[in-house]
Ligand binder design. Structure first.
Ligand SMILES: Nc1ncnc2c1ncn2[C@@H]1O[C@H](COP(=O)(O)OP(=O)(O)OP(=O)(O)O)[C@@H](O)[C@H]1O
Length: 415
């Protein structure tokens, strides 16, 4: 694991001229290598809390502890080199190329030219941008999603243990957002950074978060728990309202396509005889066949009727093919199925290769199982989150919120 643990220890932020503190005595443990999502109503102090971690905002009181080191008083610039920071739309410098944007921190750290160039290409590959095509472009020559990818690459440049993200995917369309979220999860499974992310989108919090912190005004922590338990056992009415309607449906966001069994399909290749494909479909009672290219990537999904009009299978790629990646959530899969004429979706794995078919029945089964699992899940290793004292005090008192106490209910945080 490369992530570092973070502790906010009784942290308060008072802005000059403001009556109430923006953040009030918050003690929050952020476990190493996990994704923690901050959600809550506008102005509740999410961004202030996030920016106190890299001291873009200085806490008025309290301590910030990174992997056991008190970093509250160390040089802020030095601290920020250990913490990647991603903001909406990437926050790229418009007059600098993609490569120069990514190279910012490595340059400051005095890396050699060769090392920087190699790192830039490695990171572009990591965020699924072809280095040859993109390294010399300027931000205005990129789509919103591509800019966001470069923003993530830049934040990861010097391999920091911590990544802070402030509404990273707020400015892109829903489909691009879904892809960027999937990519972040893929990157995270490889790198295991500690990621703290502010979002306005509760579904995004459920999809990405190992832990979700739900705040009310003054960064009062209302519930700090796994997405499963927040959905199954909201701490109070505030959380219920925040989750909104369709908590059952949101369970779909908890399960990924690679966790459910996908169905086999009759697979054919360009050039195959249509009659031969049809007879293979007859043999297994299937009404559709998936056409894949030489690298096993889906090209078309043909019905009996479509095949019966052909002599041989063609090589064209259907741009409207309903495809989901295996890191997508069942919610994403359901969205894709609903616009597909087949009422199902094709699932692809690494390098977009075809894995199988997912249909509505599979999704419905999974909802039932997710619900039962959430209710019986253990709350082991739950990090502390309170507005009522230091970590030591909370632990010494054995008060609600202590991870070792384990069974502390969701009512453990005081409002
Ligand atoms: N520089 C500042 N000076 C004075 N008050 C500020 C400053 N920055 C933020 N605040 C106030 O502190 C409170 C918390 O703001 P913050 O930006 O942390 O909230 P947030 O939860 O991130 O909000 P949003 O979801 O709208 O981005 C708000 O009441 C805000 O008006």
């Amino acid at each position: 694991m490369t992530g570092a643990s973070i502790l906010l220890d009784t942290v308060t932020k008072r802005y000059p001229g403001q009556g109430k503190p923006a953040v009030n005595g918050l003690t929050l443990e952020i476990p190493a290598g996990k994704i923690v999502m901050f959600v809550g109503p506008s102005g509740c102090g999410k961004t202030t809390t996030l920016k106190m971690i890299n001291r873009l905002i200085e806490p008025t009181e309290g301590r910030i502890v990174l992997d056991g080191d008190d970093v509250t008083r160390i040089d802020g610039d030095a601290l920020r080199r250990r913490i990647g920071y991603v903001i909406q739309a990437g926050g790229l410098f418009p007059h600098m190329s993609v490569a120069a944007n990514i190279a910012l921190v490595p340059k400051m750290l005095g890396w050699s030219k060769e090392r920087i160039a190699a790192r830039v290409d490695e990171l572009l590959e990591l965020v699924s941008l072809d280095p040859e095509r993109y390294r010399d472009r300027f931000p205005r020559e990129l789509s919103g999603g591509q800019q966001q990818r470069v923003g993530v690459a830049r934040a990861l440049a010097a391999d920091p243990p911590v990544l802070l993200m402030d509404e990273p995917f707020g400015a892109v369309d829903p489909i691009t957002r879904q892809r960027l979220q999937d990519e972040l999860l893929n990157i995270q499974s490889e790198l295991q950074k500690t990621i703290v992310c502010v979002t306005h989108d509760f579904d995004e919090a459920v999809k990405l978060g190992d832990w979700i912190a739900i705040f009310n005004e003054g960064a009062q922590l209302v519930q700090y728990d796994t997405p499963e338990r927040i959905l199954a056992e909201p701490a109070n009415e505030f959380v219920e309202n925040f989750i909104g309607s369709g908590a059952g449906l949101k369970q779909l966001t908890l399960t990924r396509v690679d966790e459910v069994e996908v169905a086999d399909a009759v697979v054919a290749r360009p050039g195959d005889l249509a009659t031969e494909v049809l007879s293979r479909m007859d043999a297994v009672g299937h009404n559709h066949s998936v056409i894949v290219d030489a690298r096993n990537r889906p090209l078309q999904w043909l019905s009996r009727r479509q095949l019966s009009r052909l002599e041989r299978v063609g090589a064209a790629r259907d741009p409207r093919l309903p495809v989901v990646g295996n890191r997508a959530t069942l919610n994403d899969a359901l969205d894709t199925m609903l616009v597909s004429s087949v009422g199902a979706a094709l699932v692809t794995g690494p390098r977009d290769t075809f894995r199988g078919v997912i249909d509505v029945d599979t999704v419905m089964d999974a909802i039932g199982r997710a619900h039962r699992h959430a209710r019986t899940a253990h709350a082991q290793g739950r990090p502390v989150g309170v507005n009522t004292g230091t970590l030591e005090a909370v632990q010494a008192s054995g008060a609600p919120g202590v991870p070792a106490a384990g069974l502390a209910g969701p009512e453990r945080t005081r409002e």
